[in-house]
Design a binder for this molecule. Structure first.
Ligand SMILES: [Cu+2]
Length: 150
């Protein structure tokens, strides 16, 4: 019994030493993992914005949709043609040439589609939801502006 107690005490001592070592300021941490931690904690979340555009290309393998989009004032984007990360599920039923409205997240150099739909279909759904008392009626002015640009 006495030996067992000694053994347990030793284990506890080793464990607490190990955790103590982690908190010691003199111990060098892995620089790579520290950089990784900082990357995962951006100062503010990536901004999102809604815009309209035309599908120019779909690359299913790379999961990229190329859109010619109108100006996006919220992101300070002029009108341009660019690629967005997208999933196959998001692109279901869409094809090259379709006029779409989309919401995207702009994270540094990456632009990712949050949602994307045919403009016509999106408007109908918004109207239906409004009629059902779900959401406030959309102001069509911002969409109209983006449409003229695209
Ligand atoms: Cu762009």
């Amino acid at each position: 019994m006495k030996y067992m107690l000694v053994a347990i005490t030793n284990v506890i001592a080793v464990v607490s030493l190990a955790s103590f070592a982690e908190d010691m300021p003199g111990i060098q941490r892995d620089a790579t993992s520290m950089a990784g931690v900082q990357m995962e904690q951006p100062e503010k979340p990536a901004p999102t914005a809604r815009a309209t555009g035309t599908i120019k290309a779909i690359d299913n393998e790379r999961q990229v949709v190329t859109l010619a989009h109108g100006a996006v004032p919220a992101l300070k984007w002029p009108q341009m043609t660019m690629g967005f990360k997208v999933t196959a599920a998001q692109l279901k039923g869409l094809k090259v040439g379709d006029q779409v409205t989309f919401e995207c997240r702009a994270d540094r150099m990456d632009a990712t589609i949050v949602s994307i739909a045919l403009i016509q279909q999106w408007r109908q759904e918004r109207r239906a939801r409004y009629a059902a008392g779900g959401v406030a009626c959309p102001k069509s002015s911002s969409l109209a502006t983006a449409n003229r640009a695209s």
